[in-house]
Design a protein around this ligand. Structure first.
Ligand SMILES: Cc1cc2nc3c(=O)[nH]c(=O)nc-3n(C[C@H](O)[C@H](O)[C@H](O)COP(=O)(O)OP(=O)(O)OC[C@H]3O[C@@H](n4cnc5c(N)ncnc54)[C@H](O)[C@@H]3O)c2cc1C
Length: 159
């Protein structure tokens, strides 16, 4: 990272960004060119989970090539020419979750994360019409851009 004073190597920092972020920008391999989309997600059991329809370009691409890259940012504040934020950037492998129990747990975690008024168990029809994707994180980096950095040592990140 060029701005080494902003690099956060603490895994707890990175995981907190994933817990706090609502959207993830997910990049897929579209036969030589990247295809990037925003999705809502939950960081759950060490992985990134989101739900989607059972068809579409994203799903076709993930089935053809599960390698993904992603980024998420929180506490974004533009101050003049400087932007403050906490962010992560990573890579991973995406898989369609087929185990019904895991899929149900992920849907519950998503509903809780976004305070969705869902009643569990969801109907069989709704369950079948929903696809759940899990991204196993392979690499993750963290960056913290904040006021006063560089002038003094960065204190340990605390929430
Ligand atoms: C904040 C936010 C959160 C979202 N959360 C989710 C989520 O949790 N799950 C989910 O499945 N989807 C979510 N979406 C929608 C998502 O970004 C895609 O639009 C959707 O998943 C369909 O993708 P697809 O590849 O199946 O598109 P298709 O319906 O197959 O369409 C493919 C074509 O449409 C264009 N397209 C697709 N999506 C977009 C887009 N968002 N903006 C502009 N053009 C687009 C592509 O360029 C492509 O050419 C979210 C969108 C936003 C903005």
């Amino acid at each position: 990272m060029r701005r080494t004073e902003r690099e956060m190597t603490d895994r707890a920092f990175m995981e907190q960004v994933l817990r706090d972020a609502g959207e993830l920008y997910l990049a897929m391999n579209a036969e030589g060119a990247p295809y990037v989309l925003p999705v809502n997600f939950v960081f759950f059991e060490g992985g990134i989970w989101f739900h989607c329809a059972t068809e579409g370009r994203k799903l076709d691409l993930l089935r053809a090539d599960p390698r993904v890259a992603f980024t998420a940012a929180v506490d974004i504040a533009v101050e003049g020419t400087t932007t403050r934020y906490r962010s992560v950037c990573g890579t991973g492998l995406a898989e369609v979750v087929t185990d019904p129990q895991s899929k149900n747990e992920a849907l519950k975690a998503l509903a809780a994360r976004f305070q969705a008024p869902c009643v569990f168990p969801v109907s069989e029809q709704k369950f079948a019409a929903t696809c759940v994707i899990r991204i196993a994180i392979e690499s993750l980096t963290g960056k913290y851009s904040r006021r006063g950095e560089g002038k003094r040592p960065m204190p340990h990140y605390e929430r």
